[in-house]
Design a binder for this molecule. Sequence first.
Ligand SMILES: C[S@@+](CC[C@H](N)C(=O)[O-])C[C@H]1O[C@@H](n2cnc3c(N)ncnc32)[C@H](O)[C@@H]1O
Length: 164
Amino acid sequence: MQFYSSIAKGYDELYSEEQQIKHRIIKENLKIKNSDFLLDVGCGTGLLDFNCNVIGLDPSLDLLMQNNPLGHIENKIVARAENMPFKDNSFDKVISVTSMHNFDSIGKGIQEIKRVGKNEFAFSILKKTKNFDLIEEKIKNNFNIRKIIDGKKDWIFICSKIFK
Ligand SMILES: C[S@@+](CC[C@H](N)C(=O)[O-])C[C@H]1O[C@@H](n2cnc3c(N)ncnc32)[C@H](O)[C@@H]1O
């Protein structure tokens, strides 16, 4: 987390091009309506530009304060994925882009994402992260994976909720 805060000012210059490829894939694969409420978990500087009500959550105030002109996030919240200040089923869509490998507890973060989301989810996971197998296993155990897409540096999982 401290690493991301320390590179906050230069983050977009370093990563915006590669992150926008992943955002575009997610946009094409989630059926987003203008009226949808979408939560972006680990939103960083807020590069996202989706046509709906977007709420961004990230523990790094430095990243959230960058106010990226390319992005369009109405509300930003300083918090961690593992403990989100939202009621159950608050969001039509929940996404997390290249962020899960940073969670202190991947299991708790994924449980929280499942709790606050209604049914559609997209997770972009860095291929080279050492936690990849663990993250994939937790996604498989908690969601119904509809599609896995090659996002160059990441695998992108398009999921729905498993109702037990
Ligand atoms: C590679 S950046 C991705 C940022 C953004 N999703 C994007 O596409 O540009 C990883 C992000 O994960 C965030 N992060 C770190 N620990 C987190 C946690 N416990 N919960 C949520 N986000 C976290 C970092 O602050 C950082 O913004």
